[in-house]
Design a protein around this ligand. Structure first.
Ligand code: NAD
Length: 350
């Protein structure tokens, strides 16, 4: 039986990847390694936790000895690496944590894979999940391709860019069978509500202000998380070793237009008078180093692997809002305690 390690499987995207693999591949053993930081939550995986091909291991990828030992004991056939510190605002408040987890943690995993696969690399694969933010910022025109130069601006994107470089270096230098994908912004169920879409749904629900950076003119491409998980599945099985694939939703929005869509839908869902939620919009000081526009050219994965988003944004955002509104307990649990303190401190600074 093949055994795959998925890191960060208790987080937003990781939980969707774990769910897809556990349900679709009963003959693959899935080991989910996660430190369970504020962003990791085993409640995201309640529907698969009893499956016989699934196992959870709590641990920190920064702990090199623990990682080495885990790889030697488990002898994984493949790795899908999603564990990361993932929030740009937190990387501005505490950049070092991002170097530890995103850079050193990734190198620890690369070392361990290199060690256990040194005599037999056949069928083995180390798949690193990354972001479009490594490419920097675009003007009004153009899109990022797989050959766009790296130009990260935030500590988060700098740490992800660094980890991408290490993954490529291990392929070039040691012949480690690696593959990388860089994806645009994801949205969907189980996303920690510090990120724009669930944050605004939750704030509207609680009649709290909607803090919009600058004038809300920054442009992002949005992809439904389940479609990202499908792309990851495809790249893990069929992507070419040493290659990079860009993944995107062909779906660009300025922040303010996206927020207005959410406001409108929330008014409808909550039976509030049209325009009620928009009144909560509060413009705040722009994020330092805020990239203007990200856009992904996802032609390569479309042409070479036949992947395309399955869901139009209109339907995806509808499903997403419905999910958060019908999972109030999940939302209340993750937004209490430490997170509430962090959020209030962030917001007061502006
Ligand atoms: P997330 O913050 O929701 O989840 C990250 C997970 O990693 C959490 O479960 C957390 O507990 C775990 N983790 C953090 N530090 C760890 C450590 N030291 N050891 C072990 N586990 C640790 O993040 P996400 O949004 O699901 O993103 C997953 C990956 O996808 C990240 O690598 C991110 O850079 C990348 N990505 C995210 C997006 C997006 O829109 N969210 C887009 C493109 C790429």
């Amino acid at each position: 039986m093949q055994k795959i390690l998925i890191t960060g499987g208790a987080g937003f995207i990781g939980s969707h990847v774990v769910r897809l693999f556990v349900n679709k591949y009963p003959n693959i053993e899935i080991v989910n390694l996660d430190k369970l930081t504020y962003a990791g939550n085993l409640a995201n995986l309640e529907d698969v936790e009893d499956k016989s091909n699934y196992r959870f291991v709590k641990g920190d990828i920064v702990d090199a000895a623990f990682i080495q030992n885990l790889f030697e004991t488990e002898q994984f056939d493949g790795v899908i690496h999603l564990a990361a510190e993932s929030h740009v605002d937190r990387s501005i408040a505490n950049p070092t944590e991002f170097v530890f987890t995103n850079v050193i943690g990734t190198v620890n995993l690369l070392n361990a894979a290199k060690h256990i696969w040194k005599d037999n690399r056949k069928g083995k694969r180390f798949y690193h999940i990354s972001t479009d933010e490594v490419y920097g910022s675009l003007g009004k025109e153009g899109q990022f391709t797989e050959t766009t130069n790296y130009d990260p601006h935030s500590p988060y994107s700098a740490s992800k860019a660094s980890s991408d470089h290490f993954v490529r270096a291990y392929n070039d230098t040691f012949g480690l069978p690696t593959v990388i994908s860089n994806c645009s912004n994801n949205y969907g169920s189980f996303q920690f509500p510090e990120k724009l879409i669930p944050l605004f749904i939750n704030n509207i629900r609680n009649n709290k202000p909607l803090p919009v950076y600058g004038k809300g003119e920054n442009v992002r491409d949005w992809l439904w998380v389940v479609d990202h998980a499908r792309a990851i599945e495809l790249i893990f099985h069929k992507g070419e070793i040493g290659e990079t694939y860009n993944i995107g939703g062909f779906n660009e929005w300025t922040n303010i237009d996206l927020i207005k869509v959410i406001c409108k839908k929330m008014d409808e869902k909550l039976g509030r008078e049209a325009g009620t939620s928009e009144k909560l919009i509060t413009y705040v000081k722009d994020r330092a180093g805020h990239d203007l526009r990200y856009a992904i050219d996802a032609t390569k994965i479309k042409n070479e692997l036949g992947w395309e988003p399955s869901l139009q944004f209109e339907e995806g955002i509808e499903k997403t809002i419905d999910w958060y509104l019908s999972n109030e307990e999940w939302m209340n649990n993750v937004t209490s305690g430490e997170y509430l303190k962090y959020y209030e401190a962030q917001y007061q600074e502006r």
